[in-house]
Design a protein around this ligand. Sequence first.
Ligand SMILES: Cc1ncc(COP(=O)(O)O)c(C=O)c1O
Length: 398
Amino acid sequence: MPTDFTATRARFHLPEGLVYLDGNSLGPLPDDAPAALDHTLRSEWGELLIRGWNAAGWMEQSSRLGDRIGRLIGAPAGTVTVGDTLSVKVHQARAAAPELRPERRVVLSDSGNFPSDLYMAQGLLGSLDRGHELRVVEPDEVADAIDDSVAVLMLTEVDYRSGRRHDMAALTAAAHDVGALAVWDLAHSAGAIEVDLAGADADFAMGCTYKYLNGGPGSPGFIYVAEQHIAHVRPALSGWLGHEAPFAFDLDYRPDPGITRMRVGTPPVLAMAALDAALDVFDTVSMADVRARSIELSERFVAGVEATCPDLELASPRDPDRRGSQVSFRHPEGYAVMQALIARDVIGDFRAPDLMRFGFTPLYLDEADIDRAVEILADLMATDAWNQLAYKERKAVT
Ligand SMILES: Cc1ncc(COP(=O)(O)O)c(C=O)c1O
């Protein structure tokens, strides 16, 4: 049955009159999340207290939600676990992967990667102090830079600024051809586009749940380890909840035999309750339909903006197959234009130095939203209404 996007839209709370084009940063509130959270707060925490770990299944939450997310990213059951922030999950994958290629020293990434991923790699390689080199090339140079010095290729599939999408299957195959491993950050992919980790033979992947998966601000990250690697991965963050028998309280660490070894400490039970409710919406959805509809909506937006706003330049690949689910336009005063747009209830965001980002999330957006966003943006540009001091003052979060 094709996905019913009218039905999915009815399952989100969106303030009246708002056009929300920022689900690529923070998804909206699913209608069922408050009751789910309330239940966890009052009936579980409130009534069960410590018994909740056993009686309410809090202990299994990380792997149960991992399997739910796994279904959306082509990961078999038992290969994904949820918890910690994405940056922590990046660290775990990056610490584990080079150890599987101990004779090599190069970690290859690109300048389209999210800075936190590069910072985490710099921090990690610095503390490893084993002569590893983080080699960062331009996104379109990655394929040519894969050679047999590379231990690990570490990329974000969809560029957070331009929405440019790497070819995961092709680059993973190229990495494997020279004996390297491939690690993918799915922050802008999970819940947005079709991902087939097992089909692409990815070695590790990680992502967040507060963007397209709508888990709420600060909802936890996840990590995937390919089945064949799990037993060989030495968790660098060897916390007690990744231990084979946490309640044996042994003095020595023995990793859990499965993906739970990538769990670190106490999971964020309340945040996971909201995420669980958010994932219910995806039970009614085909990712192929989401992808097709997101392309329709983004193409409509690009055509509308290009027809009405000559001062805005498309900063994303024109071919929708080469993009994720977001589109960016460039303007020297992009920050002010975006602030003016937000003041008129069309929400996107801004990434320095000049990119206005717009996310297309078919679960709760339709053509009328797109047309309204284009109309308001065109009016702002035609009247220069964005050109006011109040819109130029930078806030902490852009
Ligand atoms: C591609 C990518 N990687 C990593 C991060 C960092 O995630 P977190 O703040 O949850 O650690 C982000 C945050 O937006 C991101 O977009």
